[in-house]
Design a protein around this ligand. Sequence first.
Ligand code: CA
Length: 228
Amino acid sequence: MRTMRFLLIEDDVQTASSLARALGTEGDYVDVYGTCREAEQALRSGDYGLLILDLGLPDQEGSALLRDLRARHDHTPVLVLTARDELDERVRVLNLGADDYLSKPFDLAELQARIRAITRRTRAATDGQLVVGNLRLDLSSRQAEVSGRGIGLSPRELTVLEVLMLRPGRVTSRHLMRNCLDNGGEPLSDGALDVCMHRIRKKIESSSLEVRPVRGLGYILQETVQKA
Ligand code: CA
């Protein structure tokens, strides 16, 4: 297991110290800051494997820091700690580019499980391969295959599939997908995203997976539910 550097932005001293202790037990490094301003400087100079971000911070909303981070194309994985378990809040932080969220109060074992899941996905992505079920996406050659057989996807379809494969079993919002497809110009229209999604669903029909729409939220890539 490689060691990791965590950046924890949390102003509650008790929560921060218990988290830092829990995360530091496997030889990983944890830098803790209580304000966005101090953390911004660390983020710009450091190379962190994961940012754990509280939303209610004294000098700025954590969500503003997250938005700025993604606006400058910093893809550091982010786990958000939310005080309230509300759907609006969760959708909002996912739309801003968070990889996952956890509602307070949380269990340390659950936090560690979430962190392992995020880092597994990130490491798979940096190793150049994304694998979910029998679907494989090679990020360097930009080729997708089902059980070893290539499926022809357009560059746009590959990008959408990549976003879905980074978040298997969890909802990816339409907003996030449309913005991933922004080529320095306008985000993709809703209609164009629908067409793209329809094609992907056809092309992965022979796989063990399906892309399911979640009304009002987005899409989810999951194991196919067997129909009787
Ligand atoms: Ca706080």
